[in-house]
Every structure is written in C-alpha cells, then in structure tokens.
Ligand binder design. Structure first.
Ligand code: DC
Length: 232
C-alpha cells in the first residue's frame, strides 16, 4: 500500500475543498505540461453513483468496496473530459450537488479508499501527473515534491460552483449550494480516514481574488522550480 519513496515520475498533488477551482486549474496545468490528469473526486462520485444505481447503502462499507474494485470506468480526454460508467456517459450526472454529497459519504469509508488507492496510482505515467483531490499529498502520493493546497473562501467557492452548474444547464439555488458546500467541507474535514488537511510541506494558494490565468501561472512557475527536467 505504501508509495515508492523515490519515484522517477513527477507528481503535482493539488488538494483543497470543493469548488476551489482545482478541476479547471489541474486540467489547464496538465495540458500545458502534456502530463496525465487524475480527477480523484470523479472516482468517488462514480462509486456513489454506482451505489445509487445498484441500491447499495452509503453505509455498507463491504459492498461499496466491492463496487469500487469492480468499477467499469473510462475517462475520455478532451476540452471537457467525458466520464463513462459501464460504457454510458455519466459526465453530467456525477457533477450534481447530490452526487457530490453521496461521493463525500462513500469517501468516508476506509474500505472504499483502500479499494481506490492503487487505481489512482496507476495514473502516474510518464512524463508526469497532475493529481486533483483531498488526500493526494497526504495519502496517495506522499512522496510528491510539489504539494499545493488550493483554497478560496466559501462565498467565492459557492459563486464559482453556481456559475459552473448554470453554464452546464444544471438548475440550482445559490443559498442551497452554499449550505451544501459547508456541509460537504465539514464531512470531508471531520472524517477519521484521510481527512482534508493541509500537509506541512504543502504550498498554500488562496485563489479568492485570483483569476484562473493567475493561478495557472503560479502553479506552472512552482512546477518549473521543483521539476525543472519534467517541465522543460
Ligand atoms: O472534488 P470533488 O468535489 O469532485 O469530490 C467529490 C467528493 O469526493 C468530495 O466531497 C470528497 C471526496 N473526495 C475524497 O474524499 N478524496 C479525494 N481524493 C477526492 C474526493
């Protein structure tokens, strides 16, 4: 289960609360560098969705872990990543707030996390990996030389998520969204396994008043400083 300490393939581990902009930033940084992208949140969302479809309770750790191990999923790269579950496009379905809350519940089960850990590490392919999640730096890739904790205040995050969902044609209320966000932050931070924490060796980036371009530039600047060979 332990990660190889001196791994030759560089990883940028980007953790932080929901709607801090990690998805967009990781996508842009990965394509600028030509590296692989791991959206670990999508894996938990897929386990949650598979559980809903198969009638598995979010508290049934054994059944959830089995689902997680056997998950038939595929990520099709592009401007917007297409996510397939059992060959069916579920990209929109996994992005709803409800799917996020279910994901957060199943993600609190240690058996589910263990079932997904090796699957996440398989994304570490040359020339490098940009990993987006809650425990990328603390648990999945602790040897990463570049760990970033990306955050923004809750009002800003709720507004960003609101806009993102509206743009996708998903109808939501801003106040319900803020409440869900606070609940989910609490669930992710208070859980006993792999909680959302700021690693002691992480660089903190508060993006509240930064544009996407500014954040991408900052992350690329750090990537070039830490991995000069991999970012040439
Ligand atoms: O990043 P996201 O909103 O897509 O993640 C959905 C949920 O999955 C989030 O509430 C917490 C959980 N998650 C996790 O526990 N560990 C990760 N590495 C990524 C996501």
């Amino acid at each position: 289960m332990a990660e190889a300490a001196a791994h030759p393939i560089p990883v940028i581990a980007i953790d932080g609360p929901g709607a801090a902009g990690k998805g967009t930033i990781c996508n842009r940084v990965a394509s600028a560098l030509g590296w692989t992208l791991l959206d670990s949140g999508a894996l938990y969302r897929l386990v949650g969705l598979a559980a809903l479809r198969k009638g598995v309770e979010p508290e049934d750790a054994t059944a959830l872990a089995e689902l997680a191990r056997g998950l038939d999923i595929e990520f099709l790269a592009g401007d917007e990543v297409v996510v397939l579950l059992d060959g069916q496009d579920v990209s929109r379905e996994i992005r709803t707030e409800h799917a996020g809350l279910v994901a957060s519940k199943v993600a609190a089960q240690s058996a589910v996390r263990s079932a997904l850990i090796e699957r996440q590490r398989e994304f570490r392919r040359p020339p490098g990996l940009v990993a987006d999640g809650r425990d990328m730096g603390s648990v999945v890739f602790p040897s990463s030389a570049l760990k970033i904790f990306l955050t923004a205040n809750v009002t800003e995050r709720a507004q960003r998520r609101y806009k993102q969902l509206k743009d996708k044609g998903i109808d939501v209320s801003l106040s319900a969204l803020s409440k869900d966000m606070v609940d989910r932050d609490r669930q992710d931070t208070d859980r006993s396994v792999a909680p959302l924490i700021t690693c002691a060796d992480a660089r903190i980036l508060d993006t509240t008043s930064m544009s996407i371009e500014e954040v991408v530039c900052k992350v690329l600047e750090w990537a070039k400083e830490v991995y000069p060979q991999g970012c040439a």
